[in-house]
Design a protein around this ligand. Structure first.
Ligand code: ADP
Ligand code: MG
Length: 492
Protein backbone atom coordinates (compact mmCIF):
# COMPACT_ATOMS: atom_id res chain seq x y z
CA UNK A 1 0.00 0.00 0.00
CA UNK A 2 1.39 3.37 -0.93
CA UNK A 3 1.43 5.75 1.95
CA UNK A 4 2.07 9.25 0.72
CA UNK A 5 1.50 10.59 4.18
CA UNK A 6 4.51 8.81 5.59
CA UNK A 7 7.66 9.79 3.71
CA UNK A 8 10.75 7.83 4.58
CA UNK A 9 12.90 10.52 6.14
CA UNK A 10 15.07 8.25 8.26
CA UNK A 11 18.25 8.95 6.35
CA UNK A 12 17.78 12.70 5.98
CA UNK A 13 20.91 14.29 7.44
CA UNK A 14 20.13 15.65 10.90
CA UNK A 15 22.31 18.71 10.29
CA UNK A 16 19.41 20.21 8.33
CA UNK A 17 17.20 22.62 10.22
CA UNK A 18 13.78 21.24 11.16
CA UNK A 19 11.83 23.74 9.05
CA UNK A 20 14.15 23.12 6.07
CA UNK A 21 13.46 19.41 6.46
CA UNK A 22 9.80 20.17 6.25
CA UNK A 23 10.41 22.11 3.04
CA UNK A 24 12.13 19.39 1.07
CA UNK A 25 9.91 16.66 2.49
CA UNK A 26 6.76 18.61 1.69
CA UNK A 27 7.97 19.54 -1.78
CA UNK A 28 8.81 15.91 -2.54
CA UNK A 29 5.46 14.73 -1.17
CA UNK A 30 3.70 17.18 -3.48
CA UNK A 31 5.76 15.92 -6.40
CA UNK A 32 4.84 12.33 -5.50
CA UNK A 33 1.13 13.16 -5.46
CA UNK A 34 1.52 14.23 -9.11
CA UNK A 35 3.79 11.38 -10.09
CA UNK A 36 1.68 8.47 -8.86
CA UNK A 37 -1.27 8.95 -11.23
CA UNK A 38 1.19 9.42 -14.10
CA UNK A 39 3.22 6.24 -13.55
CA UNK A 40 0.78 3.81 -11.92
CA UNK A 41 1.08 2.09 -8.60
CA UNK A 42 3.51 -0.68 -9.47
CA UNK A 43 6.13 1.59 -11.03
CA UNK A 44 5.55 4.06 -8.22
CA UNK A 45 6.32 1.53 -5.54
CA UNK A 46 9.39 0.25 -7.33
CA UNK A 47 10.94 3.49 -8.50
CA UNK A 48 9.64 6.33 -6.33
CA UNK A 49 8.86 4.91 -2.90
CA UNK A 50 12.59 4.14 -2.16
CA UNK A 51 13.63 7.74 -2.91
CA UNK A 52 14.49 9.95 0.06
CA UNK A 53 14.34 13.75 -0.20
CA UNK A 54 17.55 15.25 1.19
CA UNK A 55 17.40 19.01 0.85
CA UNK A 56 15.88 21.93 -0.98
CA UNK A 57 18.14 24.92 -1.56
CA UNK A 58 17.75 27.68 -4.18
CA UNK A 59 14.97 25.75 -5.89
CA UNK A 60 17.17 22.67 -6.28
CA UNK A 61 15.59 19.61 -4.73
CA UNK A 62 18.11 16.89 -3.91
CA UNK A 63 16.80 13.34 -3.74
CA UNK A 64 18.73 10.28 -2.64
CA UNK A 65 18.39 7.18 -4.82
CA UNK A 66 19.60 3.71 -3.81
CA UNK A 67 22.21 3.17 -6.54
CA UNK A 68 23.48 4.14 -9.95
CA UNK A 69 21.27 1.74 -11.84
CA UNK A 70 18.28 3.30 -10.13
CA UNK A 71 19.39 6.78 -11.17
CA UNK A 72 19.87 5.70 -14.78
CA UNK A 73 16.49 4.05 -14.83
CA UNK A 74 14.75 7.18 -13.56
CA UNK A 75 16.59 9.31 -16.10
CA UNK A 76 15.73 6.99 -18.93
CA UNK A 77 12.10 6.36 -18.14
CA UNK A 78 10.74 9.10 -15.94
CA UNK A 79 12.83 12.16 -16.70
CA UNK A 80 9.92 14.12 -18.18
CA UNK A 81 7.45 13.16 -15.48
CA UNK A 82 9.94 14.13 -12.78
CA UNK A 83 10.76 17.39 -14.50
CA UNK A 84 7.11 18.28 -14.98
CA UNK A 85 6.37 17.55 -11.33
CA UNK A 86 9.34 19.67 -10.19
CA UNK A 87 8.28 22.59 -12.41
CA UNK A 88 4.72 22.38 -11.18
CA UNK A 89 5.74 22.34 -7.54
CA UNK A 90 8.86 24.56 -7.52
CA UNK A 91 8.17 26.74 -10.54
CA UNK A 92 10.13 27.17 -13.75
CA UNK A 93 13.40 27.66 -11.86
CA UNK A 94 12.93 24.32 -10.08
CA UNK A 95 15.67 21.74 -10.57
CA UNK A 96 16.31 18.22 -9.41
CA UNK A 97 19.58 16.72 -8.29
CA UNK A 98 20.25 13.04 -7.55
CA UNK A 99 22.40 11.98 -4.66
CA UNK A 100 23.89 8.48 -4.82
CA UNK A 101 25.90 6.91 -2.04
CA UNK A 102 28.56 4.88 -3.83
CA UNK A 103 29.88 1.88 -1.94
CA UNK A 104 33.47 1.35 -3.11
CA UNK A 105 33.63 -2.31 -2.04
CA UNK A 106 37.37 -2.07 -1.39
CA UNK A 107 37.48 -1.17 2.25
CA UNK A 108 37.37 2.55 1.46
CA UNK A 109 34.62 4.81 2.82
CA UNK A 110 31.51 5.13 0.62
CA UNK A 111 31.29 8.52 -1.08
CA UNK A 112 28.32 10.54 -2.31
CA UNK A 113 27.84 11.46 -5.92
CA UNK A 114 25.57 14.38 -6.76
CA UNK A 115 24.24 14.50 -10.32
CA UNK A 116 21.94 17.24 -11.66
CA UNK A 117 18.94 16.06 -13.63
CA UNK A 118 19.75 15.76 -17.29
CA UNK A 119 17.15 17.96 -18.94
CA UNK A 120 17.04 21.61 -19.85
CA UNK A 121 13.46 22.53 -20.63
CA UNK A 122 10.25 20.91 -19.47
CA UNK A 123 8.16 19.53 -22.30
CA UNK A 124 5.03 21.40 -23.35
CA UNK A 125 2.47 19.07 -21.87
CA UNK A 126 -0.60 19.63 -19.89
CA UNK A 127 0.13 19.85 -16.17
CA UNK A 128 0.27 16.60 -14.26
CA UNK A 129 -2.76 15.96 -12.13
CA UNK A 130 -2.79 14.65 -8.62
CA UNK A 131 -4.85 11.66 -7.56
CA UNK A 132 -7.89 13.87 -7.08
CA UNK A 133 -7.65 14.98 -10.69
CA UNK A 134 -6.72 18.54 -9.72
CA UNK A 135 -4.21 20.38 -11.88
CA UNK A 136 -1.33 22.12 -10.13
CA UNK A 137 -0.39 25.61 -11.25
CA UNK A 138 3.20 26.41 -12.24
CA UNK A 139 4.33 28.84 -9.60
CA UNK A 140 6.90 30.42 -11.92
CA UNK A 141 4.33 32.34 -13.98
CA UNK A 142 2.36 31.75 -17.15
CA UNK A 143 5.18 31.59 -19.73
CA UNK A 144 4.19 29.43 -22.66
CA UNK A 145 6.57 26.58 -23.31
CA UNK A 146 7.04 25.43 -26.87
CA UNK A 147 9.00 22.25 -26.99
CA UNK A 148 9.06 19.38 -29.47
CA UNK A 149 7.74 17.20 -26.65
CA UNK A 150 9.79 14.31 -28.02
CA UNK A 151 11.16 11.70 -25.68
CA UNK A 152 14.88 11.30 -26.50
CA UNK A 153 14.71 7.67 -25.38
CA UNK A 154 12.97 6.67 -28.63
CA UNK A 155 15.50 6.41 -31.44
CA UNK A 156 16.08 4.31 -34.54
CA UNK A 157 19.22 2.86 -33.01
CA UNK A 158 17.23 1.17 -30.23
CA UNK A 159 14.25 0.28 -32.45
CA UNK A 160 15.06 -3.33 -33.21
CA UNK A 161 14.42 -4.35 -36.76
CA UNK A 162 12.59 -7.54 -37.71
CA UNK A 163 10.24 -8.86 -40.38
CA UNK A 164 7.36 -7.29 -38.47
CA UNK A 165 8.57 -3.69 -38.81
CA UNK A 166 11.14 -3.64 -41.64
CA UNK A 167 9.01 -1.72 -44.10
CA UNK A 168 7.69 0.81 -41.59
CA UNK A 169 11.17 1.40 -40.18
CA UNK A 170 12.71 1.97 -43.62
CA UNK A 171 9.90 4.30 -44.66
CA UNK A 172 10.25 6.18 -41.38
CA UNK A 173 13.98 6.66 -41.96
CA UNK A 174 13.28 7.96 -45.41
CA UNK A 175 10.75 10.48 -43.99
CA UNK A 176 13.35 11.56 -41.42
CA UNK A 177 15.98 12.23 -44.05
CA UNK A 178 13.72 14.49 -46.14
CA UNK A 179 10.72 15.56 -44.08
CA UNK A 180 7.98 16.98 -46.32
CA UNK A 181 9.79 15.95 -49.49
CA UNK A 182 8.89 12.27 -49.87
CA UNK A 183 5.65 10.74 -51.06
CA UNK A 184 5.12 9.53 -47.48
CA UNK A 185 3.22 12.63 -46.48
CA UNK A 186 1.21 12.12 -44.41
CA UNK A 187 2.94 9.08 -42.94
CA UNK A 188 0.62 6.91 -40.87
CA UNK A 189 1.68 3.85 -38.94
CA UNK A 190 -0.86 1.54 -37.32
CA UNK A 191 -0.84 -1.59 -35.15
CA UNK A 192 -2.26 -3.14 -32.00
CA UNK A 193 -1.06 -1.87 -28.62
CA UNK A 194 2.54 -2.18 -27.48
CA UNK A 195 3.96 -2.94 -30.92
CA UNK A 196 6.11 0.16 -31.31
CA UNK A 197 3.99 2.91 -32.93
CA UNK A 198 4.92 5.59 -30.42
CA UNK A 199 8.55 4.48 -30.47
CA UNK A 200 8.72 4.61 -34.26
CA UNK A 201 7.03 7.98 -34.79
CA UNK A 202 9.07 9.56 -32.01
CA UNK A 203 12.24 8.01 -33.45
CA UNK A 204 11.40 9.73 -36.74
CA UNK A 205 11.02 13.01 -34.84
CA UNK A 206 14.30 12.57 -32.98
CA UNK A 207 16.10 11.65 -36.18
CA UNK A 208 14.71 14.73 -37.94
CA UNK A 209 15.93 16.82 -35.03
CA UNK A 210 19.38 15.26 -35.30
CA UNK A 211 19.65 15.71 -39.08
CA UNK A 212 17.87 19.07 -39.31
CA UNK A 213 18.50 20.96 -36.07
CA UNK A 214 16.56 24.08 -37.13
CA UNK A 215 13.46 22.09 -38.06
CA UNK A 216 10.57 22.76 -35.67
CA UNK A 217 8.95 19.48 -34.59
CA UNK A 218 5.87 19.08 -32.49
CA UNK A 219 4.74 15.78 -31.01
CA UNK A 220 1.35 15.46 -29.32
CA UNK A 221 -1.17 12.72 -28.64
CA UNK A 222 -4.63 13.23 -30.08
CA UNK A 223 -6.00 13.12 -26.53
CA UNK A 224 -3.81 16.05 -25.49
CA UNK A 225 -4.74 17.84 -28.71
CA UNK A 226 -8.43 17.42 -27.89
CA UNK A 227 -7.99 18.46 -24.24
CA UNK A 228 -5.93 21.52 -25.16
CA UNK A 229 -8.46 22.46 -27.82
CA UNK A 230 -11.30 22.26 -25.29
CA UNK A 231 -9.29 24.47 -22.91
CA UNK A 232 -8.58 26.92 -25.74
CA UNK A 233 -12.28 27.04 -26.64
CA UNK A 234 -13.20 27.86 -23.04
CA UNK A 235 -10.56 30.59 -22.85
CA UNK A 236 -11.35 32.02 -26.30
CA UNK A 237 -7.82 31.17 -27.46
CA UNK A 238 -8.52 28.95 -30.45
CA UNK A 239 -6.46 31.16 -32.77
CA UNK A 240 -3.40 30.84 -30.53
CA UNK A 241 -4.02 27.10 -30.22
CA UNK A 242 -4.15 26.62 -34.01
CA UNK A 243 -1.19 28.98 -34.49
CA UNK A 244 1.21 26.86 -32.45
CA UNK A 245 0.55 23.84 -34.66
CA UNK A 246 0.78 25.84 -37.87
CA UNK A 247 4.30 26.91 -36.87
CA UNK A 248 5.53 23.31 -36.95
CA UNK A 249 7.68 21.96 -39.79
CA UNK A 250 6.78 18.44 -38.73
CA UNK A 251 3.67 17.62 -36.77
CA UNK A 252 3.49 14.19 -35.12
CA UNK A 253 0.11 13.09 -33.79
CA UNK A 254 -0.05 9.87 -31.80
CA UNK A 255 -3.16 7.67 -31.52
CA UNK A 256 -5.42 9.51 -33.99
CA UNK A 257 -8.15 6.94 -33.32
CA UNK A 258 -9.15 9.05 -30.31
CA UNK A 259 -10.37 11.76 -32.69
CA UNK A 260 -13.34 9.45 -33.37
CA UNK A 261 -16.56 11.21 -32.54
CA UNK A 262 -14.79 14.45 -31.53
CA UNK A 263 -16.12 16.48 -34.43
CA UNK A 264 -14.93 19.92 -33.39
CA UNK A 265 -11.39 18.73 -32.67
CA UNK A 266 -11.35 16.87 -35.98
CA UNK A 267 -12.44 20.03 -37.73
CA UNK A 268 -9.50 21.97 -36.24
CA UNK A 269 -7.10 19.17 -37.02
CA UNK A 270 -8.41 19.09 -40.59
CA UNK A 271 -7.59 22.79 -41.06
CA UNK A 272 -4.16 22.43 -39.46
CA UNK A 273 -3.49 19.39 -41.63
CA UNK A 274 -4.41 21.30 -44.81
CA UNK A 275 -2.32 24.31 -43.85
CA UNK A 276 0.76 22.23 -43.13
CA UNK A 277 0.39 19.96 -46.13
CA UNK A 278 -0.11 22.86 -48.52
CA UNK A 279 3.08 24.41 -47.19
CA UNK A 280 5.12 21.26 -47.70
CA UNK A 281 5.33 20.41 -44.01
CA UNK A 282 5.52 16.82 -42.82
CA UNK A 283 2.67 15.12 -40.97
CA UNK A 284 3.24 11.86 -39.10
CA UNK A 285 0.48 9.93 -37.36
CA UNK A 286 -0.21 6.69 -35.53
CA UNK A 287 -3.42 4.79 -35.01
CA UNK A 288 -4.44 1.54 -33.34
CA UNK A 289 -6.19 0.31 -36.51
CA UNK A 290 -6.27 1.03 -40.23
CA UNK A 291 -7.80 4.47 -40.84
CA UNK A 292 -10.78 2.99 -42.70
CA UNK A 293 -11.67 1.07 -39.54
CA UNK A 294 -11.69 4.10 -37.25
CA UNK A 295 -15.33 4.67 -36.55
CA UNK A 296 -16.49 8.27 -36.28
CA UNK A 297 -13.79 9.87 -38.43
CA UNK A 298 -14.94 12.53 -40.90
CA UNK A 299 -14.72 11.37 -44.54
CA UNK A 300 -12.73 14.38 -45.62
CA UNK A 301 -10.13 13.77 -42.90
CA UNK A 302 -10.00 10.10 -43.84
CA UNK A 303 -9.46 11.01 -47.49
CA UNK A 304 -6.46 13.20 -46.44
CA UNK A 305 -4.91 10.27 -44.60
CA UNK A 306 -4.88 8.36 -47.89
CA UNK A 307 -2.73 10.96 -49.63
CA UNK A 308 0.50 9.56 -48.25
CA UNK A 309 1.61 6.19 -46.89
CA UNK A 310 -0.15 3.92 -44.41
CA UNK A 311 1.98 1.08 -43.04
CA UNK A 312 1.28 -1.41 -40.29
CA UNK A 313 3.55 -2.89 -37.62
CA UNK A 314 2.94 -6.58 -37.14
CA UNK A 315 3.23 -8.79 -34.09
CA UNK A 316 6.96 -9.66 -33.78
CA UNK A 317 8.10 -13.08 -34.88
CA UNK A 318 10.17 -15.36 -32.63
CA UNK A 319 13.52 -14.08 -33.90
CA UNK A 320 12.64 -10.45 -33.32
CA UNK A 321 11.31 -11.27 -29.86
CA UNK A 322 14.59 -13.00 -29.03
CA UNK A 323 16.57 -9.99 -30.25
CA UNK A 324 14.38 -7.64 -28.21
CA UNK A 325 14.74 -9.60 -24.96
CA UNK A 326 18.48 -9.93 -25.41
CA UNK A 327 18.97 -6.27 -26.24
CA UNK A 328 16.80 -5.02 -23.39
CA UNK A 329 18.67 -7.15 -20.84
CA UNK A 330 22.10 -6.40 -22.29
CA UNK A 331 21.33 -2.69 -22.20
CA UNK A 332 21.15 -3.07 -18.44
CA UNK A 333 24.44 -4.92 -18.33
CA UNK A 334 22.73 -8.27 -17.75
CA UNK A 335 23.59 -11.54 -19.49
CA UNK A 336 21.15 -14.45 -19.32
CA UNK A 337 21.42 -18.01 -20.55
CA UNK A 338 19.93 -18.98 -23.91
CA UNK A 339 17.22 -21.11 -22.31
CA UNK A 340 15.90 -18.09 -20.38
CA UNK A 341 15.86 -15.93 -23.53
CA UNK A 342 14.21 -18.76 -25.44
CA UNK A 343 11.56 -19.24 -22.75
CA UNK A 344 10.70 -15.54 -22.74
CA UNK A 345 10.53 -15.31 -26.53
CA UNK A 346 8.32 -18.43 -26.66
CA UNK A 347 5.91 -17.32 -23.98
CA UNK A 348 5.57 -13.56 -24.25
CA UNK A 349 4.16 -13.25 -27.70
CA UNK A 350 1.43 -10.66 -27.65
CA UNK A 351 3.26 -7.38 -27.44
CA UNK A 352 6.64 -5.77 -27.04
CA UNK A 353 5.64 -3.71 -24.03
CA UNK A 354 4.95 -6.89 -22.04
CA UNK A 355 8.24 -8.36 -23.21
CA UNK A 356 9.95 -5.21 -22.02
CA UNK A 357 8.34 -5.28 -18.60
CA UNK A 358 9.34 -8.92 -18.15
CA UNK A 359 12.95 -7.98 -18.96
CA UNK A 360 12.78 -5.02 -16.59
CA UNK A 361 11.36 -7.09 -13.76
CA UNK A 362 14.11 -9.65 -14.23
CA UNK A 363 16.71 -6.87 -14.20
CA UNK A 364 15.17 -5.62 -10.98
CA UNK A 365 15.37 -9.05 -9.33
CA UNK A 366 18.98 -9.22 -10.42
CA UNK A 367 20.13 -5.71 -9.52
CA UNK A 368 18.11 -4.96 -6.42
CA UNK A 369 16.98 -8.38 -5.21
CA UNK A 370 20.41 -9.91 -6.06
CA UNK A 371 18.64 -13.02 -7.41
CA UNK A 372 20.22 -15.35 -9.96
CA UNK A 373 18.45 -15.17 -13.32
CA UNK A 374 17.30 -18.76 -13.53
CA UNK A 375 14.65 -20.30 -15.73
CA UNK A 376 12.46 -20.72 -12.60
CA UNK A 377 12.62 -17.00 -11.90
CA UNK A 378 11.79 -16.24 -15.54
CA UNK A 379 8.78 -18.58 -15.35
CA UNK A 380 7.48 -17.00 -12.19
CA UNK A 381 7.89 -13.45 -13.56
CA UNK A 382 6.10 -14.39 -16.78
CA UNK A 383 3.24 -16.06 -14.96
CA UNK A 384 2.78 -13.01 -12.72
CA UNK A 385 2.98 -10.41 -15.45
CA UNK A 386 1.10 -12.20 -18.17
CA UNK A 387 -1.55 -14.23 -16.42
CA UNK A 388 -2.92 -11.95 -13.74
CA UNK A 389 -6.21 -11.66 -15.60
CA UNK A 390 -6.56 -15.42 -16.09
CA UNK A 391 -5.68 -16.23 -12.48
CA UNK A 392 -8.10 -13.62 -11.28
CA UNK A 393 -10.98 -14.80 -13.40
CA UNK A 394 -10.89 -18.08 -11.49
CA UNK A 395 -11.06 -16.36 -8.10
CA UNK A 396 -14.20 -14.85 -6.59
CA UNK A 397 -14.33 -12.15 -3.93
CA UNK A 398 -17.04 -10.69 -1.76
CA UNK A 399 -18.30 -7.19 -2.51
CA UNK A 400 -17.07 -6.11 0.92
CA UNK A 401 -13.52 -7.36 0.20
CA UNK A 402 -13.35 -5.41 -3.04
CA UNK A 403 -14.83 -2.27 -1.47
CA UNK A 404 -12.32 -2.49 1.36
CA UNK A 405 -9.38 -2.82 -1.02
CA UNK A 406 -10.46 0.14 -3.20
CA UNK A 407 -11.28 2.33 -0.20
CA UNK A 408 -7.84 1.66 1.30
CA UNK A 409 -6.18 2.44 -1.99
CA UNK A 410 -7.82 5.87 -2.06
CA UNK A 411 -7.56 6.55 1.70
CA UNK A 412 -11.35 6.53 1.98
CA UNK A 413 -13.81 4.89 4.35
CA UNK A 414 -15.81 2.07 2.75
CA UNK A 415 -18.98 4.08 3.40
CA UNK A 416 -17.58 6.89 1.20
CA UNK A 417 -18.12 4.55 -1.73
CA UNK A 418 -21.87 4.50 -1.07
CA UNK A 419 -22.43 8.20 -1.80
CA UNK A 420 -23.91 9.45 -5.06
CA UNK A 421 -21.57 12.44 -5.22
CA UNK A 422 -20.15 13.38 -8.61
CA UNK A 423 -16.96 14.80 -7.12
CA UNK A 424 -14.09 12.93 -8.81
CA UNK A 425 -12.45 12.01 -5.52
CA UNK A 426 -15.54 9.93 -4.68
CA UNK A 427 -16.99 9.16 -8.10
CA UNK A 428 -13.76 7.68 -9.55
CA UNK A 429 -13.13 5.15 -6.74
CA UNK A 430 -16.86 4.28 -6.60
CA UNK A 431 -16.94 3.54 -10.32
CA UNK A 432 -13.79 1.43 -10.11
CA UNK A 433 -15.09 -0.50 -7.10
CA UNK A 434 -18.38 -1.21 -8.91
CA UNK A 435 -16.50 -2.36 -12.00
CA UNK A 436 -14.26 -4.72 -10.01
CA UNK A 437 -17.26 -6.12 -8.14
CA UNK A 438 -19.09 -6.81 -11.40
CA UNK A 439 -16.03 -8.63 -12.72
CA UNK A 440 -14.79 -10.49 -9.69
CA UNK A 441 -17.50 -10.82 -7.06
CA UNK A 442 -19.71 -13.84 -6.58
CA UNK A 443 -23.07 -12.02 -6.75
CA UNK A 444 -25.36 -10.42 -9.37
CA UNK A 445 -25.32 -6.73 -10.38
CA UNK A 446 -28.57 -6.29 -8.49
CA UNK A 447 -27.01 -7.47 -5.24
CA UNK A 448 -23.84 -5.44 -5.86
CA UNK A 449 -25.93 -2.30 -6.41
CA UNK A 450 -27.80 -2.87 -3.17
CA UNK A 451 -24.46 -3.02 -1.32
CA UNK A 452 -23.44 0.38 -2.66
CA UNK A 453 -25.92 2.25 -0.48
CA UNK A 454 -29.02 0.74 -2.10
CA UNK A 455 -28.47 1.85 -5.71
CA UNK A 456 -30.28 0.67 -8.82
CA UNK A 457 -28.52 -2.11 -10.77
CA UNK A 458 -28.23 0.15 -13.83
CA UNK A 459 -25.57 2.06 -11.84
CA UNK A 460 -23.32 -1.01 -12.06
CA UNK A 461 -23.60 -1.49 -15.82
CA UNK A 462 -23.11 2.24 -16.27
CA UNK A 463 -19.92 2.12 -14.16
CA UNK A 464 -18.61 -0.88 -16.15
CA UNK A 465 -19.14 0.90 -19.45
CA UNK A 466 -17.48 4.07 -18.17
CA UNK A 467 -14.42 2.21 -16.84
CA UNK A 468 -14.06 0.20 -20.06
CA UNK A 469 -14.22 3.35 -22.13
CA UNK A 470 -11.64 5.14 -20.00
CA UNK A 471 -9.33 2.12 -20.12
CA UNK A 472 -9.43 2.17 -23.91
CA UNK A 473 -8.40 5.80 -23.99
CA UNK A 474 -6.08 6.34 -21.08
CA UNK A 475 -2.98 4.28 -20.56
CA UNK A 476 -2.36 5.56 -17.03
CA UNK A 477 -5.89 4.66 -16.05
CA UNK A 478 -5.48 1.23 -17.63
CA UNK A 479 -2.33 0.70 -15.58
CA UNK A 480 -4.16 1.77 -12.44
CA UNK A 481 -6.92 -0.79 -13.04
CA UNK A 482 -4.25 -3.41 -13.77
CA UNK A 483 -2.50 -2.57 -10.49
CA UNK A 484 -5.79 -2.86 -8.56
CA UNK A 485 -6.51 -6.22 -10.17
CA UNK A 486 -3.02 -7.38 -9.21
CA UNK A 487 -3.68 -6.21 -5.66
CA UNK A 488 -6.93 -8.13 -5.65
CA UNK A 489 -5.20 -11.28 -6.89
CA UNK A 490 -2.89 -11.05 -3.85
CA UNK A 491 -5.79 -10.88 -1.37
CA UNK A 492 -5.85 -14.63 -0.93
P1 ADP B 1 2.49 1.38 -29.08
O1 ADP B 1 2.62 2.87 -29.25
O2 ADP B 1 2.30 0.65 -30.37
O3 ADP B 1 1.45 1.00 -28.06
P2 ADP B 1 5.15 1.61 -27.97
O4 ADP B 1 5.83 2.36 -29.06
O5 ADP B 1 4.76 2.39 -26.77
O6 ADP B 1 3.89 0.84 -28.53
O7 ADP B 1 6.07 0.37 -27.58
C1 ADP B 1 5.95 -0.31 -26.35
C2 ADP B 1 7.34 -0.54 -25.77
O8 ADP B 1 8.03 -1.47 -26.58
C3 ADP B 1 8.17 0.74 -25.75
O9 ADP B 1 8.91 0.82 -24.57
C4 ADP B 1 9.09 0.58 -26.94
O10 ADP B 1 10.33 1.24 -26.72
C5 ADP B 1 9.26 -0.91 -27.05
N1 ADP B 1 9.41 -1.32 -28.45
C6 ADP B 1 8.44 -1.44 -29.37
N2 ADP B 1 8.95 -1.85 -30.55
C7 ADP B 1 10.27 -2.00 -30.36
C8 ADP B 1 11.35 -2.40 -31.20
N3 ADP B 1 11.15 -2.76 -32.48
N4 ADP B 1 12.58 -2.42 -30.66
C9 ADP B 1 12.78 -2.09 -29.37
N5 ADP B 1 11.82 -1.70 -28.52
C10 ADP B 1 10.57 -1.65 -29.01
MG1 MG C 1 1.55 4.44 -28.31
Amino acid sequence: MIDLKKPSVATVPNTTAANKQQDHVTAWQQCLSLIIPAVGEQAFQTWFQPIVPIQLTDNVLVIQVPNHFFYEWLEEHYVHILKRAIVQILGLQGKLEYSIVVDQNNGKQPYTLNIPQNIQAPPAQRPLRNSMGQGVVVSGGGKELFDSNLNPRYTFSNFIEGECNRLARAAGMSVASKPGFTSFNPFLVYSGVGLGKTHLIQAIGNEIQRLHPRHQILYITSEDFIAQFVDALKLGEVRRFVGQFQKADTLIIDDVQFFAGKDKSQEQFFHIFNHLHQNGKQIIMSSDCAPKDIKGLMDRLLSRFKWGATIDLQVPDYQTRTAIVQTKLNAQGIQVSDDVVDFLAQHVTDNIRTLESVATTLALHYTIGKSALTLELAKSVVSKLCNTAEELSEKRFSVAQIQQMVAEHYYLKVSDLFSSSRKPELAVPRQIAMYLCAQFSDVSNKVIASQFGGKDQSAISHACKAVDKKMQKDETYRKLIGALKAKLSNLR
